[in-house]
Design a protein around this ligand. Sequence first.
Ligand code: NAD
Length: 416
Amino acid sequence: MSKHSQKINNFKAFCDQFERAATELGLDKNLADSIMMPDRELSVEVPLNKDDGSLAVFRGYRIQHNNARGPFKGGIRFHQEVDLDEVRSLAALMTFKTALVNIPYGGGKGGITVDPRNLSKRELEQLSRRFFRRISPIIGVNTDIPAPDVNTNAQIMAWFMDEYSQNNGYSPAIVTGKPVDLGGSLGREAATGRGVFFTIKEVAKEFELNLDGSTAIIQGFGNVGSYAAQFLDEVGCKILAISDISGGYYDESGIDIKNSIEYIKKNGSLDGFKEGKKISNEEILNLKCDFLIPAALASVINKSNAENLNCKFVIEAANGPTTPAGHDILKQMNIPVIPDILTNAGGVVVSYFEWVQNLQQFKWTEEEVNSKLEAKISSTFEEVSSVRKEKNVSFRRSAFMVAIDRVAKAELLRGL
Ligand code: NAD
């Protein structure tokens, strides 16, 4: 397993997954190769004048994977383990995520190999602005629209927007995930966790489970995990255990979610949280529950631990939490895995809504955003599920089949 907490499978492993779905679809091999190969890969030097007067130099990337269905779309990550292979994999993932939920975007991703914890606020701003200027020749409102990702946030998007607007006029649609005061969408912050919840609602409908009285375990209690927990809690799903970097907290009568969120607001993490029994991040995966929701790391369910799982469903809120070998074991155990490209697509869907609002110079209410998101997740789930039944394949395979088919059709219609 990678040391990088957020790293998904490398590009080669991602291609294997793609190829299996493409073969099932009967896609022409050359067309498949053309879809998988990134359209453009930009690698840039990002120099920074540090506060102490010294010069530091960083490496940044923007990978534009595919734009057959619309502008490249995907986040910018600042992390010390960012590398070309990772950004390439994440860019490809975006192509299929946007295609699956049928929004008019392609896939892209970017990043800088830097540990932002070592930067002052001034240095972070300088680095962000310099990086944006370096990639700006290939960025545009109708060509490539960045967004936040690991260790980047609304403030950094505001700096990106400011850089672009200085040369192009006021252009909020150049990035999504902006502060609400600068054209960000209402509902964006909770969107990924809300999408996870809507996905679980669909699973419950399909498998005839009552969410009131059901149980869930959540590994990773950050933005995605904590919002998913709140929405599940509101409909009577008991959250038996939660965890973050400080470890896991298990209470068979159910964790008090409001209390745990308050605790994090005050203390920055769950460290020292007194509710329930303290368990490890490994143990939390083996607890009996209806919904196991990995919402932090990649590759946490793998060939060494998949057979210990005791859940009815794995709901992939994080990117790439189940390795292909782990997935095969779960298949044998008849545990359905609801894949990341469907489960965590709520974020990019509301990013798309933000872009649409910016282009129209119009603001939707939060209720409007949430109900449009639910309609999108619900129709996507139904589509994936119907292919799954018709072809007798897993949720992951059927999701990729739906997505690849859309990209392939667009490629062919546009002409290669
Ligand atoms: P976050 O930084 O807000 O939260 C991450 C959580 O994981 C934190 O609680 C952190 O303490 C915990 N964590 C870190 N190391 C851990 C470890 N070793 N064991 C257990 N927990 C650990 O991040 P997030 O935005 O909630 O993203 C979570 C996952 O969802 C990531 O895989 C991300 O790529 C994916 N995702 C996020 C979004 C989004 O809109 N935020 C969209 C799509 C996918």
